[in-house]
Design a protein around this ligand. Sequence first.
Ligand code: AOF
Ligand code: ZN
Length: 331
Amino acid sequence: MLRAISLADAYKYTAKPNPVVGALILKDEIIISEGAHERFGENHAEINAIEAANKQFGKSFESFADLILICTLEPCNHSGKTGPCTKAIIDSGIKRVIIGSEDPNPIVAGKGIDKLIENGINVEVGLCKNLVERQNKFFFFKHKNKRPYLTAKIASSADGKSHKKDGSSTWITCEESRQDVQRVRAKYDAILTGGNTVRDDNPRMNARVNFEVNQPKKILLSNKHDLKKTGNNFFKDTEVQVITETNLKKIISSFQDSEYCSILIEAGPKLVNAFLLNDLIDELIIYQSQDLLGLNGVDWFKKDNTIENLGFKLESSYKIKTDTKYIYKKC
Ligand code: AOF
Ligand code: ZN
């Protein structure tokens, strides 16, 4: 199972917003084939492992009946972008399947396992379940909480300021921190911002990384209709969903039926604080520089809204060149 988990891990930037899934087939405790869900919309892991085993059929073994399929997630029993994995498993003649975790997606949950059992397959569930859940943290969160996992990312001066009051722009954090932000963006299914940030900063907000990635989709909260697609970097690269609704709780619960399992919020103090006060943020990432903005700076948080008072606990912190990156999680 650990091998299947590591096969899956290689595709965490291209399978999303789907979970990463790995599978392998054993004969007499020897791995004869492997597969993973490599890209969103493409073959599921089990299908790739079975196809790879088919190529060996006759050379390495005579029948699938004495093979064991190990897969990290419950095989699906629905026809989505690809056919049901359960059908491929049953048709192959495999008689034993070891599964890491049940699939929390209500379209699948339990139905794949039931289908295999009904067809006389010996099924074992739960091997390394915690690792599979951890590997697909956003996917499991989404289905448990019926909304995507929300992370707010902010860049702060040493004295807790976001930007200058006079609107003059300057980078708060160092180049290396800004590169780190690109890698953080790459992990998320969507990036959300507000109209003011798009107007003031004209950000691109894509993931500029040197590896293959499904670019995060973009979500813009703006009830003014003044933002034009031409000349605005935010509208480049990928589709933008513009939301005019102002009730944040309603907006986030509307994502229950979307593909998004995770959203990164990159916005100014007003919108970030509104999310925090609505108790909607699960994780807060702060890049803090050593420089002061002083009286000319706008505070990220009001004095009584300290991160700890809002129910966050510091999980880790480390230096990125001259800055410090802090990761806070909701307790
Ligand atoms: C599997 N094996 O490798 C994966 C599964 O839209 P589709 O057809 O790709 O289906 C996506 C759903 O299927 C996804 O939300 C999850 O519940 C399950 N993923 N299942 O049997 C796989 N990636
Ligand atoms: Zn499947």
